[in-house]
Ligand binder design. Structure first.
Ligand SMILES: [Zn+2]
Length: 324
């Protein structure tokens, strides 16, 4: 069996683990990302510390990892892995990440964008197994998508990535988006958007369950909307119906363009499960082309959850080049 260490680098947490060539996690660890997000030094140091600690732990188990894979939430440019658009980690903007990592960890290191890694893991080890064309949409603070095309190749259209799928327009008369556009999917279907819907439903007393939760905790998040909906609160269920409607609208367009055989919903928001998946399926059925819908065999929750990013990062080392 072959092993590698994968590390997923997020604005909140660093998640890493030892994975084998079948995608099994031998052990894993989560650490808080450095508080100083405006300086590259502490971020690079935290990455190297986690990588070397995980390697020591592997050696303690009699395993020598072949290398290290990384997944930052940024665009990555050129052989020195220059980080672009590092909005959650401004300290990494324009930083060449490969030289310090190679100096500390050796030459067998690899990198890809976090959502590309998550989609790689789901495609080979998760819910994407057995399909050729797969679309994974990860929904959290933002929205990003990894797409596998015919022949099992990942779609890399711009910056080694799919393109900014969270900014397709779904509400032309809607709110201004952080990107400068108007009515983007991200204005109505991300964690912050769901929080805003929930606060509104609580403050206007449309949702007794969310109003009670707000009085108790002082704030609301997507998980509260799920709990309220499961307890029978109609307004909370209505929020998931609306979010599912917008996601379904965007996904219908992606189905017409990319013709996936399977759609996977990942990221923290996917924890809502059927509350979210059911309105997405309903919207696809009502808006989509029967031809393209006929090629789609399912809309499911991604299987690997928060581990997908570091499993995919490890897979960058373990999978043959033709599959990455
Ligand atoms: Zn936008």
């Amino acid at each position: 069996m072959r092993y590698a260490i994968g590390i997923d680098l997020g604005g909140t947490n660093l998640k890493g683990g030892l994975v084998d060539e079948t995608g099994q996690v031998i052990f894993k660890e989560t650490r808080a990302s450095p508080a100083e997000r405006n300086l590259p030094g502490p971020i690079v140091e935290a990455l190297i510390n986690l990588a070397t600690d995980l390697r020591e732990r592997a050696r303690g188990n009699g395993i020598e990892p072949e290398g290290f894979g990384f997944g930052p939430p940024n665009f990555i440019e050129g052989p020195d892995w220059i980080q672009r658009q590092a909005n959650n980690m401004p300290g990494l903007n324009d930083v060449a990440l490969r030289p310090p990592l190679a100096a500390a960890l050796g030459e067998n290191i690899a990198i890809d964008n976090d959502v590309m890694n998550a989609s790689l893991a789901e495609y080979h080890f998760g819910q994407g197994r057995g399909y050729e064309r797969m679309l994974l949409m990860a929904i959290g603070t933002g929205i990003a998508t990894g797409i596998f095309t015919e022949g099992g190749r990942r779609l890399r259209y711009i910056f080694g990535w799919t393109g900014d799928t969270g900014h397709i327009i779904v509400d032309p008369h809607g709110r201004l988006c952080t990107c400068g556009g108007r009515g983007c999917l991200e204005t109505v279907a991300t964690g912050p958007a769901i929080r805003a819907f929930a606060l509104d439903a609580a403050r206007t007393q449309k949702s007794p369950a969310l109003a009670a939760r707000l009085a108790e905790s002082g704030d609301l998040e997507a998980r509260d909307v799920t709990e309220a909906a499961l307890s029978g609160d109609a307004a909370a269920r209505q929020i998931w119906d609306e979010v599912g409607w917008y996601l379904g609208m965007a996904l219908t367009s992606y189905v017409h363009i990319f013709a996936p055989q399977i759609i996977l919903i990942g990221g923290g928001i996917a924890e809502a499960g059927e509350l979210l998946l059911e309105p997405i399926r309903r919207t696809l059925a009502s808006l989509g082309s029967p031809f393209y819908l006929g090629l789609l065999r399912g809309v499911k929750k991604a299987a690997l959850g928060a581990d997908a990013g570091f499993i995919g990062a490890g897979a960058l080392i373990l999978l043959p080049e033709s599959l990455r």
